[in-house]
Design a protein around this ligand. Sequence first.
Ligand code: IMP
Ligand code: MG
Length: 173
Amino acid sequence: MTDLEVYLDAETIAGRVKELAAEISRDYEGKDTVLIGILKGAALFLADLSRALTIPVGIDILHASSYGDGTTSSGVVCITRDSSCDVKDRHLILVDCIIDSGRTLETLVKHFRERQPASIEAVVLLDKKERRTCDVAVRYVGFTVPDRFLVGYGLDQGGKHRNLPYVATVKPS
Ligand code: IMP
Ligand code: MG
């Protein structure tokens, strides 16, 4: 059986999500803003972050994957289901649970830039900073995390553990 060790508990995550939401609410006051969640990983974060905002925003999603079923990136970012939201002249915030190499966000920023939004920024709950190979700017970061494989709060290992309310490290059994 896989052994999980809590890395960030639900309360710690909720506190930081509130802080990020307060910052975004201040920065985007009065702007026509859309959150675009990168599924599946961002599903839980998107739900919690959007509910903690004090400004009105649009919400849309797209499905992308870069990791296969294992714990190392395939290196290829695949948009498996695109967003159909009209984003022209609107302020976009891409929402993801974690940034690792940065390839996913870099690909999606380029993808949406072609649709001429007024601006594009990104918010991630977790930043595996030392793993970055792409030069992509992330405006809002919840926690900087070490290079360990994490599961929970949207993150999976081979499709498992996404529904955990906390973030955990996986100990090899
Ligand atoms: P990037 O394109 O290398 O930045 O990878 C981002 C994607 O890789 C995330 O959206 C996750 O789906 C996945 N990922 C990166 N690190 C982890 C991890 O520790 N656990 C689970 N998924 C991860
Ligand atoms: Mg995954």
